[in-house]
Ligand binder design. Structure first.
Ligand SMILES: Cc1ncc(COP(=O)(O)O)c(C=O)c1O
Length: 412
């Protein structure tokens, strides 16, 4: 047999890039991006398990005159892994029906909306300019499925939703569905009032918990299904510290019976079972340590908000206590007026000093909390932030030395 060629130059380059990335993002920077998190060691192990290359497709159908219960063999463990995940999600998010199959938060949104809302449905959603998710803006999901979107107003510091205004909008617009949830997400919604007004008009209430799922899992922020949302869905990798993926939960059997069968062959086929094992591990970790994790995130956000504000970084919603979530928002106008630079220039400066925030002015505390930072350490973080980002000092070596002291994830 001829010997096969060894690894190519490109393969060696790839190996070097992945190693460099892992060192950079895993050990050398302090991540304050609110859309990301660090995956626990056990979940990472499952991501690279044999499950990464396998299929399972449980079904109950007839194929050439024979009844089959799965398209594949060799699945004796896979289905049980998924059931563990679904059961844990149902317990954590307080709905009897849950699936961890959606591949991401956006896919979970499709999995919830498309089977329940026919073409021409009218939707209320928060506009991107008021912190809403771009996917619900007219050119995106609504354009694909023939939905009309009207704005659900969010205003004031932190783009909050006012109960009376939301109810008035629901009564005026008579939507078929209300989608709550934001990419800029500081404060909970008056969900009971919104759900009552929506249900009085037979409208469904969807709660996109992509950003706040880790908080909800730990009993912070709000409890969407118990407060009146019909369906909760979202990403599993922002404040919820799992591998990238999506989740869908409801307490309504009638809705689940429409959504669940629509997943396979409509929204996707293979659900990526290594990811599901990783998400399941994280769900089980959250059942164990979620309340302490979520509480610490919110305390860290409020402590960091106070410390940054004292150091002269203008933040949104100062009078409201800055945040009840894992996010803080920089006030772009006041930042420009006080320091002559916008959030994106600040983010790039901080990146050079090994501190990561996003270019649209959001700061996140979830990953720092998972590393083990506590409210007592927020003044030090704020000081490094200001020295590196505002005063242009070279704080990268200090950040690195500090970051290296956090070797293991807490809450894992
Ligand atoms: C509110 C909201 N919903 C959905 C998504 C999409 O999530 P994913 O990237 O997991 O598809 C995002 C992404 O940032 C988001 O902010």
């Amino acid at each position: 047999m001829n010997a096969l060629p060894g690894p190519s130059e490109n393969e060696r380059t790839l190996a070097r890039l992945v190693r460099a990335h892992d060192r950079w993002r895993g050990r050398d920077v302090l991540n304050l991006l609110p859309s990301e998190n660090a995956v626990s060691p056990a979940a990472r192990k499952y991501l690279s398990s044999d499950l990464a290359g396998r299929y399972t497709l449980p079904l109950d159908t007839e194929w050439h005159g024979e009844r089959i219960d799965n398209s594949y063999t060799g699945t004796r463990y896979t289905d049980e892994i998924e059931q563990l995940g679904n059961a844990s999600a149902a317990r954590l998010f307080h709905g009897r029906y849950a699936t961890v199959r959606p591949l991401s938060g956006h896919i979970a949104a499709l999995a919830a909306l498309v089977p329940l809302l026919p073409a021409k449905s009218r939707i209320l959603a928060i506009e991107p300019k008021e912190g809403g998710y771009d996917g619900y803006a007219p050119g995106y999901i609504p354009a694909l499925f023939g939905y009309t979107v009207r704005p659900l107003p969010a205003s004031g510091p932190g783009f909050t939703v006012d109960a009376a205004l939301a109810v008035e909008t629901i009564e005026r617009e008579r939507p078929d569905a209300v989608i709550l949830g934001q990419s800029f997400f500081l404060f909970p919604y008056p969900l009971r009032e919104i759900a009552e007004a929506a249900h009085a008009r037979n409208a469904l209430v969807f709660y996109d918990a992509s950003h706040v799922l880790g908080l909800v899992a730990g009993g912070e922020f709000q409890d969407p299904l118990r407060e009146g949302a019909d369906v909760l869905f979202g990403s599993t990798h922002k404040s919820f510290p799992g591998p990238q993926g999506g989740i869908l939960v409801t307490d309504r059997e009638d809705l689940f019976r429409q959504m669940d069968p629509a997943l396979v062959w409509r929204i996707f086929d293979n659900a990526h079972w290594n990811r599901i094992a990783g998400v399941t591990q994280t769900l089980l970790e959250m059942e164990r340590v979620g309340p302490e994790y979520a509480r610490t995130i919110v305390r860290n956000s409020q402590a960091l908000g106070g410390a940054l504000s004292e150091e002269g970084v203008p933040l949104i919603a100062e009078a409201e206590g800055f945040s009840r979530s894992h996010q803080l928002h920089i006030d772009p106008e006041r930042l420009r007026a006080a320091h002559g630079l916008g959030p994106s220039a600040l983010a790039r400066r901080l990146e050079r000093q090994r501190l990561l925030i996003d270019l649209v002015g959001r700061i996140g505390t979830a990953e720092a909390t998972r590393l083990g930072l506590t409210p007592e350490e927020m003044p030090r973080l704020a000081e490094l932030f200001v020295r590196g980002g505002i005063r242009k000092e070279k704080v990268a070596p200090e950040v690195l030395a500090w970051r290296r002291t956090y070797r293991e994830l807490r809450f894992a």
